[in-house]
Design a protein around this ligand. Sequence first.
Ligand code: MG
Ligand code: MG
Length: 268
Amino acid sequence: MIIPKSKEEIELMRESALVVSRTLGMLAKEVKPGVTTNQLNKMAEDFIRSQGAIPGFLGLYDCPSTLLTSVNDAVVHGLPTDVPLKEGDIVAIDCGAIKNEFYGDHAYTFEVGEVDPEVQKLLRITKESLYIGIREFKAGNRVGDVGYAIQKYCEAHGYGVVRELVGHGLGRKMHEDPELPNYGRRGRGKKFIEGMTIALEPMINMGTHKVKQLSDGWTIVTRDGQPSAHFEHNIALVDGKPELLSTFDYVYEALGIKSDEEDEFRAK
Ligand code: MG
Ligand code: MG
């Protein structure tokens, strides 16, 4: 059952989302060759607590960490390690936080130093597909419209759309209804309703869409060993239109990137 939120609840969820947005912005400055994902994890935990929030993943489904850090061919759910990141890696950092009883949950894939242009393209297309999906999250549309749009865009670039893992409703629980696959058929699935709040998160592989889980019971990697990208935003349906609760502005500020990609989805 989809749980729509009141205007007041949506504002609380924006606060939770922004805790995560600021955490990713803080991490953007720290992601460089030599740093370990365990070090990033510790920084993130301290930072989240300093904002009067608590880590959202830690302990959830027995998750042992604040961040999930997925390097190169890892798709999602990578556990932080003591292996230093190296020049040319990519690392998808997924972060959750709870504030005022509501979850924030989003992710950004960072480049470590200088990254191969083909991999840069994978990141760009994956992030673009997120906004293409968000644009379909509007009154009158259904779950399948979002998935269809993401799948069509990514497959046109020859990329694989992961099937096993999906976006989701978000609120007092990390995973609420509905599930939001990044593939689908137009006009199918549950209808979107005013006030619903979601986490949309394309997971896109350079090669095959097929994935497998490592023996750590967490990390999902591509079957062919090629890189994978993951971007996630939190969005509310307000006045029939998608409104971003999260932002990559803090990441862009840290990295000196200018972007107007979020403008059409900002709160009025
Ligand atoms: Mg996430
Ligand atoms: Mg999520």
